[in-house]
Design a protein. Structure first.
Length: 623
C-alpha cells in the first residue's frame, strides 16, 4: 500500500469536526467555545477532558492525553495512523483512492463496518437513481412541477439531492441487475417483503428527500406523496430504522446546519423538511428538523453538543403552539441549562415554507431575526389560550401560571421586567406580584425534586466546568517560553523575528524540542494549523501535551512586539547563564581529574558566583 500523501491527510482531517467524532464516543457538553466530558482514557467522576473545536484538538487535564482527530481514533480504537485516516475518511464522507486503502486494516475488516459501508453505498446509489428520475425523465415531470410550485429552485433540488420514486418500481430491478445481496437489501429499509419473500420498492409515487447523518452520508429517505387523491396512504413515509438509521438520533440537515451554526451561534428547529429547505434557500442555513412529529431526548443532546442556542420556529396555530410547549419542556428536562432557548413563532396558519413563498427571502430572514423571543415571553402569550381574562378567577389562574414561569428565571432583573409588564397590563400592585413570586419560589424550593429536576441536577454535577488539576506555578522563564512559542507558531512575523536571533534556543528541553519539530514543519508547510501540526507529533506524546499547554494559553490576539522582546530578554539572560554553569562544571571536573588544585579552586569560586546569580533569578521569578 502506498504512503498516504500529506494533502490527502489534510483533506480527510478537514472533512470532519473533531467534536462530532469524539461526540460519538464521549458525551460532550458545550463550555464556552470548547466542549467538556469525562475522559475516555482514564477513570474520573469530574470531567477534565476538553475538546477545542476551533483548533480541532483535545486535551485531558487529568491524564495529559492530547492530539487531533487521528490521535483520538488511534488511542480510542487501538489502531494505527493509516487506519485512523481511513476511519476519519469514512466519517467525513471522503473517498480515499484504492491506492491508499488496505484490506488488512482493522476497521475495513470488521463485519459490522463492512455492512454499514455497503448500506451507505446502497443509499447513495438509490439517491442518485431517484434524482436522475426527477431531473432527466418524463416520469419526473409531475414531481418537477410540484417542486416548482412550492418555490423549489433547481439549485436547492441539487443541494439536497431531491429525487422522485415513480409508480413503476425501479429500485428493485436496478439492485438485482447490480447483483446486490438479498439480505443486504432486506436490511436497507428501501424495500418491502411479501409473503413469498419477494422484495418490492418501499417508495412509489413520492418526492424523495434523502436524510443524511452528521457527516453528510445518506442513511434514509422521507418520501412525500405526490398524488392528492390517495387518501389511503400517509402523506409522508419515512424509512424504517436500520443498522445505519435511528430516527431518535437523527436530525434532518444537521450536517449542513452545524457548519452555519458555528458562525451564527444557534440552530433553528423547524417542523418539517420543506421548512428547512425553504429556509436554507432564503439564507437561513442553520435549520434542522426532527423525524416526523417526534422530538427526542437524544436529539436534544445532539443539539446541546452542537450549539449554544436553539430557536424553536414552529407554526403559530394552536397545534404549532402546543408543539413549542412540548419542545421547551423536553429541552429543559434533558439539558443542563447551558443551551439558551428562544422561540420564533410564525403567524397562525403559516409555516416557514409558506412564509418564504408569500413574502420572499429577505423578509423571512428579517422575521426570524427580529421576532425572536424568550420562552417566558412565549408562555405569557401561550397560557392565555382558552382563558377569559376578564373573569377574575381565570385571571388569577393565569397569573399564577405565569408567575411560576417567572420564578424559574435566574436573573432578578429579568424577573423584575416581567413583573412590571404584568403590573402595567392588568393594573396590579407590583409589590403584591413580588410577594406572590417570593411565595412561589419558597414553595418551589421546598418541593421534592421532580424526575426532570433530578436529571438536570445530575447533569449539572456531571458536566460542571472541568476542574483543573492543582495549578503548578511555573517560573517566569517557562511562562516566557510558552508565550513566545504560542506567538511564534501563529504569527510568521514573530517566527522570523526569533529565528533572526543569533544562537537562540529555549531554556527547557521540551520547548526546544517543540521548536525544532516546528522548524521542520514550517519547512514543508507554508501555514500553521494546530490539527495538522499534531500529525507531525504523532510519535511524541510528551510534545503533544506540551503543545496543548501552549495552545490553551490565553494571549492577546494582537501581537505586541514589546512582549516578544521581553520574552526574548528573559530567555537570553537565563540561557547563557545555564550554559556557563554547565561549562564551568565540566572544567572543574577536568581540573580535579588532573589534580590542578589552583585551577579547581578558582573554578569553584566562579561556579559559586554563577549559582548565586541563578538563585537570584529564581527568587525574582517567584515574587
Amino acid at each position: 500500500m502506498a504512503r498516504i500523501p500529506r494533502e490527502i491527510i489534510d483533506q480527510v482531517r478537514n472533512s470532519v469536526d473533531i467534536s462530532d467524532v469524539i461526540g460519538q464516543y464521549v458525551q460532550l457538553k458545550r463550555a464556552g467555545k470548547n466542549f467538556t466530558g469525562l475522559c475516555p482514557f482514564h477513570k474520573e467522576q469530574t470531567p477534565s477532558f476538553s475538546v477545542n473545536a476551533e483548533k480541532q484538538f483535545y486535551h485531558c487535564f487529568g491524564c495529559g492525553r492530547s492530539g487531533n482527530v487521528f490521535q483520538f481514533l488511534m488511542d480510542y480504537k487501538h489502531i494505527g495512523f493509516v487506519e485512523a485516516v481511513q476511519e476519519a475518511a469514512k466519517l467525513g464522507g471522503t473517498k480515499l483512492p484504492t491506492t491508499y486503502t488496505t484490506s488488512e486494516a482493522a476497521p475495513a475488516n470488521n463485519p459490522v463496518n463492512r455492512e454499514q459501508d455497503q448500506l451507505l453505498d446502497l443509499h447513495e446509489k438509490a439517491a442518485q437513481l431517484y434524482h436522475h428520475i426527477l431531473i432527466n425523465t418524463p416520469a419526473g415531470e409531475p414531481a418537477r412541477r410540484y417542486l416548482q410550485k412550492r418555490g423549489m429552485s433547481r439549485e436547492l433540488i441539487e443541494q439536497f439531492s431531491i429525487g422522485f420514486a415513480p409508480v413503476q418500481r425501479i429500485l428493485t430491478p436496478y439492485c438485482n441487475q447490480q447483483g446486490l445481496d438479498y439480505q443486504l437489501m432486506r436490511k436497507s429499509g428501501l424495500f418491502t417483503e411479501d409473503r413469498d419473500g419477494k422484495l418490492q420498492d418501499r417508495f412509489i409515487e413520492r418526492v424523495m428527500f434523502p436524510i443524511r447523518n452528521g457527516q453528510g452520508r445518506i442513511i434514509a429517505f422521507s418520501g412525500r406523496l405526490l398524488s392528492t387523491e390517495r387518501t389511503d396512504l400517509p402523506k409522508y413515509l419515512n424509512s424504517p430504522e436500520t443498522p445505519i438509521f435511528n430516527k431518535r438520533r437523527t436530525l434532518f440537515n444537521l450536517d449542513l446546519a452545524k457548519k452555519a451554526a458555528r458562525s451564527d451561534g444557534r440552530l433553528y428547529l423547524f417542523e418539517g423538511f420543506m421548512d428547512v429547505i425553504s429556509a436554507f434557500g432564503a439564507g437561513v442555513e442553520n435549520g434542522i428538523a426532527s423525524m416526523g412529529t417526534s422530538f427526542t431526548e437524544e436529539q436534544v443532546q445532539i443539539i446541546n453538543r452542537t450549539t449554544k442556542q436553539l430557536d424553536i420556529c414552529y407554526d403559530g396555530d394552536s397545534a404549532g403552539q402546543n408543539a413549542i410547549d412540548r419542545a421547551i419542556g423536553l429541552v429543559n428536562a434533558h439539558q443542563n441549562g447551558q443551551l439558551a432557548l428562544r422561540v420564533v413563532q410564525l403567524p397562525a396558519g403559516v409555516d416557514p415554507d409558506e412564509y418564504v413563498q408569500q413574502n420572499g427571502a429577505d423578509k423571512f430572514r428579517a422575521y426570524v431575526h427580529d421576532r425572536e423571543e424568550t420562552t417566558t415571553d412565549f408562555y405569557l402569550r401561550f397560557l392565555r389560550n382558552g382563558r377569559n381574562l376578564d373573569n377574575q378567577q381565570e385571571l388569577m389562574t393565569y397569573l399564577d401560571a405565569v408567575l411560576k414561569e417567572v420564578a424559574v428565571l435566574d436573573a432578578p432583573l429579568e424577573q423584575d421586567m416581567y413583573l412590571s409588564k404584568l403590573a402595567d397590563e392588568f393594573k396590579l400592585d407590583k409589590a403584591a406580584l413580588q410577594g406572590q413570586l417570593r411565595q412561589l419560589q419558597s414553595e418551589r424550593r421546598a418541593q421534592p425534586t421532580s424526575p426532570a429536576q433530578a436529571y438536570q441536577e445530575q447533569a449539572a454535577a456531571a458536566y460542571a466546568p472541568p476542574v483543573q488539576p492543582v495549578e503548578v506555578k511555573i517560573s517566569r522563564t517557562e511562562l516566557a517560553e510558552q508565550i513566545l512559542l504560542r506567538y511564534m507558531l501563529h504569527d510568521p512575523n514573530v517566527w522570523s523575528r526569533v529565528r533572526a536571533q543569533d544562537d537562540f534556543h529555549f531554556v527547557h528541553e521540551k520547548y526546544e524540542s517543540l521548536y525544532m519539530v516546528a522548524s521542520s514543519y514550517f519547512s514543508e508547510y507554508g501555514d500553521y494549523t494546530t490539527a495538522r501540526f499534531l500529525d507531525y507529533l504523532v510519535d511524541y506524546s510528551d510534545l503533544r501535551a506540551t503543545l496543548s499547554q501552549v495552545e490553551q494559553l490565553t494571549v492577546n490576539p494582537d501581537v505586541d512586539m514589546q512582549v516578544i522582546d521581553d520574552c526574548l530578554h528573559i530567555l537570553t539572560e537565563q540561557s547563557p547563564l545555564q550554559d556557563q554553569i554547565k561549562k564551568v562544571r565540566a572544567q572543574l571536573k577536568e581540573a580535579s581529574t588532573l589534580n590542578n588544585t589552583e585551577l579547581a579552586t578558582q573554578l569553584t569560586i566562579d561556579l559559586i558566583k554563577l549559582l548565586k546569580k541563578q538563585q537570584q533569578y529564581k527568587a525574582e521569578e517567584n515574587k
